[in-house]
Write a protein that binds this ligand. Structure first.
Ligand code: GLU
Length: 305
């Protein structure tokens, strides 16, 4: 990886941070600095390159749906998991409620929209939601090799105070039997997981782990190849909200974004990528982040297609 070419792409794309807008439906996220642009690339041989605001902290938001799905896969048979959640991409928004009622099986469309992630979390091992929360947190910390990943309390409180759409989704799923546990404690765990504070290195480590099909940098196997393959397929088809098709065509790597401005990408067998750019496009993806990933994909010939 050539540093000077990447530096040039960082400079070129920094101007796009002035476009787009930070998420505002969670009031605390409005306080984010839209001018940030950070990048971390972690190659499978262990070399790490980082640029710009790579150490700025932001909340993982929907990126945490990846370790949630991983934990649900580790703790359940595929058959049981997919009795509750489908694997279909959608052009509806990430918090859409419509398909939960109109589809005959009442299942969330996929594990990366809010309803699907809440359902996946309900299936993670643990009697109480607090244990499910800790299970996902510990998995994320081990993968990121960072025991200091913690909840951003202000974002958590803000999400909890305003998360009525997620409440609606969860109560609806309770009424149809998709959720079998109490709604409020489960949502509390979901809000805390979305509010985990990370930096570009933490999410690049998650990408690195998937690029190596379940191995940590110490060659510790935390997941098998099949689980990682499934997660990458869901990322490729559903990871960038309703912008997933465009992203597949323009960038061509499995990725998962969050409304905190992060994008976690996987270049299978090659590297994990973490990007931060809090100003979002109309799909809810980091606008400058997507453009930067497009340029990096061209430079390094990353597309898997
Ligand atoms: N915590 C956010 C929510 O549930 C996550 C959304 C996202 O990043 O897409 O609304």
């Amino acid at each position: 990886m050539d540093k000077s070419h990447v530096e040039e792409l960082m400079r070129k794309n920094a101007r796009h941070t002035a476009q787009g807008a930070v998420a505002s439906y969670i009031p605390e996220l409005k306080k984010q600095d839209p001018s940030l642009l950070g990048l971390c690339m972690m190659a499978v041989d262990g070399r790490t390159l980082s640029f710009g605001d790579d150490r700025s902290r932001f909340t993982a938001q929907s990126i945490v749906k990846v370790p949630v799905l991983l934990a649900a896969l580790l703790d359940n048979s595929l058959e049981r998991l997919f009795q509750k959640i489908n694997l279909s991409p959608t052009a509806d928004g990430f918090n859409s409620i419509v398909s939960l009622e109109t589809k005959s099986d009442k299942k969330p469309l996929n594990p990366f929209i809010n309803s699907g992630a809440i359902a996946a979390l309900s299936m993670v091992a643990g009697e109480q939601p607090e244990e499910k929360f800790r299970r996902v947190l510990e998995l994320f910390r081990r993968i990121a090799q960072n025991p200091h990943i913690e909840v951003n309390e202000a974002v958590y409180r803000s999400e909890k105070a305003t998360g009525d759409r997620n409440r609606a989704l969860a109560y609806y799923m309770k009424s149809t039997g998709i959720l079998e546990c109490a709604v409020e404690p489960l949502l509390d765990a979901y809000f805390r997981l979305c509010s985990l504070e990370v930096d570009c290195h933490d999410i690049a480590s998650l990408g690195y782990f998937l690029a190596r099909n379940g191995l940590t940098p110490q060659d510790e196997r935390l997941a098998d190849r099949g689980a990682c393959r499934l997660i990458k397929a869901v990322m490729a088809t559903c990871g960038m909200y309703d912008g997933s098709g465009e992203f597949a065509a323009m960038v061509g790597i499995p990725a998962k974004s969050g409304v905190g401005g992060g994008i976690m990408g996987v270049v299978p067998g090659r590297c994990g990528v973490g990007v931060l750019g809090p100003a979002l496009d109309e799909h809810g993806n980091s606008l400058a982040g997507v453009m930067l990933l497009h340029d990096l994909s061209e430079l390094f010939d990353w597309s898997i297609y």
